[in-house]
Design a binder for this molecule. Structure first.
Ligand SMILES: CC(C)(COP(=O)(O)OP(=O)(O)OC[C@H]1O[C@@H](n2cnc3c(N)ncnc32)[C@H](O)[C@@H]1OP(=O)(O)O)[C@@H](O)C(=O)NCCC(=O)NCCS
Length: 150
């Protein structure tokens, strides 16, 4: 198993209580406009990409189009990226609540093979038409089962 994946995670139809493994769907090429004054990847740009990617993932998992970022836990910038590097954004479902869903995130540099960033918790909340938290109606089992589709 790839060292990027958490230990003890097993995938397969025989295991109904498994956690989802981290999925890397999205790749970005680091271009001049993505850099900071030090000529490495600007953290604000990286967080923008992560927030958008995680929002899409939350909408896919919940099957709903109106979700907002509620909380992002502490962020560990492990290494940097340079112009011309390609990064990929990984997300892993970790917790489901009544109105919320929580992911872990890891971004890695596929040129240097190093982890760029780790975020333990990104929480999205499902909203109703009045912008208030609304039950999404999903269970942990729903999310894990859908992991084979999304
Ligand atoms: C999202 C928002 C409607 C939630 O309102 P709220 O009054 O905090 O709602 P609640 O207290 O009912 O919490 C809603 C859910 O968020 C979770 N939550 C609230 N604060 C949290 C925190 N600090 N960390 C993790 N989860 C949190 C709650 O546990 C709850 O989840 P659950 O129903 O699955 O148990 C409101 O905070 C908001 O509009 N925030 C701005 C969101 C936004 O604009 N984001 C874009 C980036 S600026």
């Amino acid at each position: 198993m790839s060292p990027y994946y958490g230990a003890g995670k097993i995938v397969g139809s025989l295991y109904s209580t498994i956690d989802e493994i981290m999925k890397f769907y999205s790749r970005k090429l680091i271009k001049p406009g993505d850099l900071n004054a030090n000529n490495t990847l600007f953290g604000g740009q990286l967080l923008k990409w992560i927030d958008e990617e995680a929002g899409i993932y939350a909408m896919s998992k919940l099957g709903r189009g109106k979700v907002v970022t509620k909380y992002i836990s502490e962020i560990d910038f492990v290494s940097s990226g340079r112009q011309g590097d390609i990064i990929e954004i990984g997300l892993e479902f970790s917790k489901i609540g009544r109105t919320s869903i929580t992911f872990r995130c890891e971004v890695r540099n596929i040129v240097t093979k190093q982890t760029i960033i780790r975020i333990e918790k990104i929480v999205f909340v499902n909203l109703d038409e009045k912008e208030r938290p609304a039950p999404h109606g999903k269970t942990r089992e729903d999310i894990i089962r859908d992991a084979r589709v999304f």
